[in-house]
Design a protein around this ligand. Sequence first.
Ligand code: IPM
Ligand code: MN
Length: 373
Amino acid sequence: MAKAAGKSYKIAVIPGDGTGPEVVNEGLKVLDAAAKKFNFKTTRKVFDWGGERYLKTNNVLPDDAVETLKKYDAVFLGAIGHPDVKPGILEKGILLKLRFDLDQYINLRPVKLYPGVETPLAGKTPDDIDYVVVRENVGGLYTGIGGFTMKGTANETAVQAMVYTRLQVERCIRYSFELAMKRHSKAKPWKGLSENDIAAGKIAKLTLCGKTNVLTYVFDLWDRVFHEVGAEYPLVKLDYCHVDATCMWMVKNPEWFDVIVTENMFGDIITDLGAMTQGGMGIASGGNINPEGVSMFEPIGGSAPKYTGLNVINPLAAIGAAGMMLDFLGEHKAASAIEKSIIYVTGKKLKSMAAGKMGYSTTQVGDLVVENL
Ligand code: IPM
Ligand code: MN
């Protein structure tokens, strides 16, 4: 009997700058292999948005970019950032603009140590480092509300405000509770729960990372919403950590975390810390998610310009991002096969996650993931 045709997904590809195109190629290679194996299709269009285009045309992003992307099922992004472009122009003009205008209000960043990957945390194993950070992705300091007065004088004042609406906070917190519920079940509660928690029927834990002792307005709001929404999720244990202490425990006791939810700037900072504990930028993937719209998946490291064109950059973060994209699109089997193959490759093949030290080239690492899919 002929196999029923699987679904088809429209993917917008933005390879971007530096090593972005190289890692995107490997991500797409794995995507194609997964499509074949799991019987789905992708159609893709590549957009040349990034530093090179900006230097040539003086235009950061076409006017219709956002409207164009809305016609796709997902966006796959390499990296944005060019050494010849002043910092901020491309980041704000492309990456942040797309996050905002597509209302990708969740930045999902799994912090998971794969077997065979070296962590700087002495004595910690894959059993200890396996949590997800939900970073609010469109509010807070990133809103860009602020300004100067008396610029250039001794009295110059600059202000940039951490702005949150209740709606922004609530949808982010709700997403986090749902995610915590999805990660575990009654039959298999999160392993970090105490006997008391389990006796009380808990299956998962959600940590709000804030700063209620200093940012007494914004985190008062977060904390109230956290508890109000939390009342609807009796199976989730509610936990709170100040952001500074969160950094401490992410290093000393990462096994304490299941899902962490936090505001935008705190999330930016703690996810780089988390990425380092899982083996660095070569392996850390992220998703900018609009659960009701178009989401964008990316390796969380930058464009690493000094490695451009050398075929030495680690593509696993981009391959992982492609896997996250498939999971989001509903191709869960393909997503989990990609993750398993990445785990095989980190566990049995790569010498290091660092560019130039993997024992394989960028393209060979992509091939290895494909072979073991
Ligand atoms: C990230 C990056 C971006 C951010 C930059 C490039 C604007 O650091 O995705 O974490 O601050 O969100
Ligand atoms: Mn960052």
